[in-house]
Design a protein around this ligand. Structure first.
Ligand code: NAD
Length: 476
């Protein structure tokens, strides 16, 4: 592909030095190539966003809402192409690719509604002191850089783009070099809708392009989703300019299963929490804490369920789980299998790469994993589940909280009072009770501790792109 960057309302050729190779993970083969944007092109994209800002922030809330509804509608019109591209480039099973698309559509529709309500949020502030009036204005933060990873490309970009545009910000989006084609759709839709030039810019590239954007002094804010390692570099760049950041980082989340659960139902939740997207989810519930009284019934069922999962090429087979999305991720997961063997972990299922073309691994379960094992403490980002037993509720809470991450958790129990109590005690940003990975656009997304700073989705996702101004007037 030659014209793969969308800058100031035009598709342009990449002038950077990196060639990005786009692969089909089920075959382990490239199917497209594009040249990265140069640092100068990142400058042009930021300059275009800066130029577009004064007009875009003055546009009426209902006009912005209409554009956002247009994005939702146009995503729907490209349904089959977007589902196929996610299956091909991410290796997602069809039903997961469909869920991602529906999530992106719902996100644009939701922030269209919030954009429409914006004028009513500017209101008078009652003051106790006499002689003054005060009013609040919610203003866009300004020009924002959005840097995203490869695991949910349509969704993660929608969670940033929709609220940023709703708030009146102009944006420069940098998709992941692993999945750069999917987000091109957002530029194509901007073209179709006649979104004013410069409101949305897309630059593709690797670390160099990301660093050029995150350290750019023309930004007012940077919103980043990705690894902790890069997140801390992004934060360093932001701190040099005292600029706000939102960081959505990694996780090592717990799923806590109490004795009173139906073991078959619990197995369904556990399997979904580690096998969706082949476990390449920041929110994967990869630490299983199972109470003593149910462990012996649950673990053999879990082993059987993982071994029964149909792993294969989503484009040619009926599958429950596809390949890992990149060769780098496949090598990383394989290195954890080697570590598990060195540590002498008890492997109940999987534990190896599949002997076939493409970047496949088998769904994996290790039992009675020591607390200091690297597999218990580090984010693997693959279908690798580690289990430990517990006896008391207090012990379950302590073990679940004993992590440098704090993104999500799942609690499974028939005793709803207990489940709610445990949910309140968990140090994470989102807890599911008797359900798994259910994310609704009205609820918040984001973590505590090492899982990041700030929240996406819901009204909090919009606030992330707004600045509060007060106007105070003396009546005297
Ligand atoms: P990554 O950090 O390697 O890359 C993320 C993005 O940053 C990519 O676009 C990449 O090109 C860019 N980048 C790389 N180096 C950069 C630099 N020096 N400066 C600026 N940008 C740079 O992450 P990844 O491998 O793409 O994604 C996996 C990670 O993302 C996992 O840790 C996962 O937990 C996390 N994640 C978190 C959430 C969440 O909501 N908390 C959601 C999805 C993924």
């Amino acid at each position: 592909m030659t014209t793969s960057h969308y800058i100031a309302g035009r598709w342009v050729e990449g002038q950077g030095s990196d060639c990005i190779s786009v692969s089909e993970p089920a075959l382990g083969l490239p199917f497209a190539e594009l040249m990265a944007a140069s640092v100068a092109q990142v400058d042009q994209a930021v300059a275009a966003a800066r130029e577009a800002l004064p007009t875009w922030k003055q546009v009426s809330a209902s006009t912005r809402a209409a554009f956002l509804r247009g994005f939702a509608e146009q995503l729907g019109q490209r349904r089959e192409a977007l589902i196929t591209l996610q299956m091909r480039n991410n290796g997602k099973p069809r039903h997961e690719a469909e869920i991602d698309l529906d999530d992106a559509i719902a996100t644009f529709a939701y922030y269209a509604d919030l954009a429409e309500q914006l004028p009513s949020k500017n209101r008078d502030v009652p003051l106790a002191a006499p002689g003054f009036t005060a009013r609040t204005r919610l203003e866009p933060v300004g020009v924002v850089g959005l840097i995203v990873p490869w695991n949910f490309p349509l969704v993660t970009s929608a969670w940033k783009l929709a609220p940023a545009l709703a708030a009146g910000c102009t944006v420069v989006l940098k998709p992941s070099e692993v999945t750069p084609l999917i987000e091109q759709t957002y530029g194509q839709i901007a073209d179709t809708l006649g979104l004013p030039a410069g409101v949305l810019n897309i630059v593709n590239g690797k670390a160099e392009t990301g660093a050029a954007l995150s350290s750019h002094n023309g930004l007012d804010k940077l919103s980043f989703t990705g690894s902790n390692n890069v997140g801390s570099q992004v934060m360093r760049s932001a701190s040099a300019q005292c600029r706000p950041v939102t960081l959505e980082l990694g996780g090592k989340s717990a799923i806590v299963v109490f004795d009173d659960c139906d073991p078959d139902q619990a197995v369904e939740w556990i399997v979904a929490g580690i096998s969706w997207n082949a476990g390449q989810m920041c929110s994967a519930t990869s630490r299983l804490l199972v109470q003593d009284g149910i462990a012996d019934a649950l673990l053999p069922r879990l082993q059987a369920a993982l071994e029964k999962l149909r792993v294969g090429n989503p484009l040619t087979e009926e599958v429950d789980m596809g390949p890992l999305t990149s060769q780098a991720q496949w090598l990383k997961v394989a290195s954890y299998f080697a570590t598990a063997r060195e540590e002498g972990l008890q492997c109940l299922a999987g534990g190896q790469a599949l002997d076939r073309e493409g970047w496949f691994v088998s769904p994996t379960l290790y039992a009675d994993v020591p607390k200091n094992s690297r597999l218990w403490t580090e984010e693997i980002f693959g279908p690798v589940l580690c289990a430990r037993r517990f006896s008391t509720e207090a012990q379950a809470i302590a073990e679940a909280n004993d992590s440098r991450f704090g993104l999500v958790a799942t609690v499974c129990s028939a005793d709803l009072e207990r489940a709610e109590r445990v949910a309140d005690a968990l140090e994470v940003g989102h807890v599911w009770i008797n359900s798994v990975q259910a994310v609704f656009v009205e609820t918040s997304w984001g973590g505590t501790k090492g899982s990041g700073i700030g929240r996406e989705l819901g009204p909090w996702g919009l606030s992330a792109y707004q600045s509060v101004k007060h106007v105070t007037r003396c009546l005297g």
